[in-house]
Write a protein that binds this ligand. Structure first.
Ligand SMILES: *[C@@H]1O[C@H](CO)[C@@H](O)[C@H](O)[C@H]1NC(C)=O
Length: 299
């Protein structure tokens, strides 16, 4: 993940900072000396800090070997990056510790949040089923964490923690890149609707648990992913696959619409939807303008 790209994420950081500010200005700091904005992370390889190391999967869903991790951690943590991921930077700017993978976390760390993301995971259970952790299962794990927090912190403390937390999502790309053949009879629009529908169900569950502050990442131009271009029958291995990029665009548009609806439907629901599509497009079309990054995504 390039530093310049990270700069674009000041959005989310701003969200967290302003939330921390709001928290203080309501005077809650009288009750608790150290206001925290925990980070609960859901999603796919863009956000997976190593959860896939703990599941039974195949090598292509793992990033537990070099050069993954070489520029920052100096070993392969399971992140699909040579360095840190977006949630790692957000945690840093929010003055939180690194948010651990769910399978590596203990109650003591739950109060700063937990990361449930899984490389290859989708909003649909059928996407890479059995090889990655789908969003519904990630929600189930979140509910386990919630239960444990309620046991340890009690109702009031947990309600406050969950309402104060930021919930970050990066999901949907794998559903579009690797649709399960059982969906082949659906039109593109219907299929996008199913993904958005399932994603929305999960958001509503997090809201029901008390979550209010959400951070989203739109899909990048999927047809320009290096491995997609390498497998493109047309062109010289450099050419983007337009249909896939258009599909990502439709999904982004449908989801942006849905978020606006949720904002109206769910009292207190606030969000930031980072335009990752545009951020990546700009970097692909004018890479020299964004030079000087120390860390790059491998795919
Ligand atoms: C969620 O996805 C399943 C397939 O995994 C589908 O049958 C169901 O209709 C979807 N739900 C919504 C609300 O879109």
């Amino acid at each position: 993940m390039g530093n310049s790209c990270i700069n674009q994420l000041r959005f989310l950081i701003f969200l967290i900072a302003s939330l921390a500010g709001a928290y203080q200005s309501y005077g809650f700091h009288h009750l608790s000396p150290k206001p925290r904005v925990p980070l609960f992370v859901f999603g796919d390889s863009l956000y997976d800090p190593g959860n896939n190391n703990y599941i039974n999967t195949t090598p292509d869903f793992l990033a537990n070997f070099l050069p993954y991790g070489e520029t920052f951690f100096e070993f392969a943590t399971g992140r699909f990056s040579d360095g840190r991921l977006i949630p790692d930077f957000i945690a840093k700017y929010a003055k939180l510790p690194l948010i651990p993978p769910y399978f590596q976390s203990s109650y003591r760390q739950f109060v700063y949040g937990v990361n449930f993301a899984s490389g290859g995971g989708g909003a649909l259970v059928e996407t890479h089923e059995g090889k990655a952790i789908d969003l519904k299962t990630q929600l189930r794990y979140f509910k386990n964490v919630e239960k444990q927090l309620r046991r340890e912190l009690g109702k009031e403390g947990t309600d406050q923690l969950l309402a104060n937390a930021v919930y970050m999502f990066s999901i949907g790309g794998n559903d579009l890149l690797a649709p399960n053949p059982i969906f082949s009879s659906f039109s593109t629009e219907e299929y996008v609707g199913i993904i958005v529908g399932n994603f929305t169900e999960v958001l509503k569950e997090v809201y029901k648990a008390g979550g209010r502050k959400f951070g989203f990442l739109s899909l990048l131009p999927l047809g320009c992913l290096p491995y997609v271009r390498a497998h493109n029958a047309e062109g010289n291995g450099e050419t983007c696959v337009k249909d896939l990029t258009d599909l990502a665009k439709s999904y982004n548009a449908a989801l942006a619409q849905k978020f606006k609806q949720l904002r109206k439907q769910l009292k207190g629901f606030i969000y930031s939807n980072f335009d990752f599509f545009n951020a990546v497009t700009q970097r692909l079309s004018n890479p020299s303008k964004f030079q000087g990054s120390e860390e790059w995504m491998l795919w």
